[in-house]
Design a binder for this molecule. Sequence first.
Ligand code: GUN
Length: 294
Amino acid sequence: MPKLIDGRAIAERVYAELRDEIARLKPRGLIPGLAVVLVGDDPASRTYVRAKDKMCRELGLHSVKLELPAATTQEALLARVDELNRDQQIHGILVQSPPPPQIDEAAIVRTLDPRKDVDGFHPLNVAKLALDDETGFVPCTPLGCLRLLRESGIALSGANVIVLGRSMIVGKPMALLLMRKGIDATVTVIHSRTRNISEICHRADVIIAAIGRPHFVSAEFVREGAIVIDVGINRVEDGESERGYKLVGDVDFDAVSGIAGAITPVPGGVGPMTIAMLMSNTIKACRQITSASE
Ligand code: GUN
């Protein structure tokens, strides 16, 4: 049996560190604050937003959850973001993606104060990631994947890492992070126009699947002993489940787990780490904003 990479257990280790950091900020009168904005009522987004708010409260962070109607205009949303930019109790702002179609997401991201952009989506933070500037914010999911790999003792220097997917939320920042000096992986990014996908994946020491297609990575993609990180969280119909669906990853877990050297489950793999990294980025934002104004 391959080693199961337990995202919940590793996230708990991260929280132990974060609790110490929060305790050190408290005597200085500092409580990191996160605002999460949800426009509309997408059920999956609603679940994520609730989980983020709950974790803030568990850690004793200041949490603001803004739930706006699906018909919210671009102008109204920009105004709310602007208020949060100016709110001194808020150090991190996240606008849940995807927004409804009338919202220009790129324009919203550009309006965020980059010092509060804990998602790492603002162009300044994207540039800082490419420039290896540690003051920037790296998107939470790739940051969580990296932490999972490191905590699991997986060697990345010189390793062949295949990233499936080129999104701005996962694939692209994941590739930039892995090729950083000091991490030093050899990165290949696979996307919808890539040819011979299973052949390329078969050369991988590590596969990171982030394409949003249930069970896309099958047994023939994976070399014996390769490490498999599954970022996918796909809802598929399930008549046996009370809620009518189940969550599955981008990897066919049952087929691949007999071959992989280590693998993340869905749920309980990358998901808990994404939230842990959001909390970590919020604390970092609080530290950076407040030390700049001292
Ligand atoms: N939707 C899915 N993942 C994310 C994320 O990391 N940040 C935001 N803002 N929206 C998301």
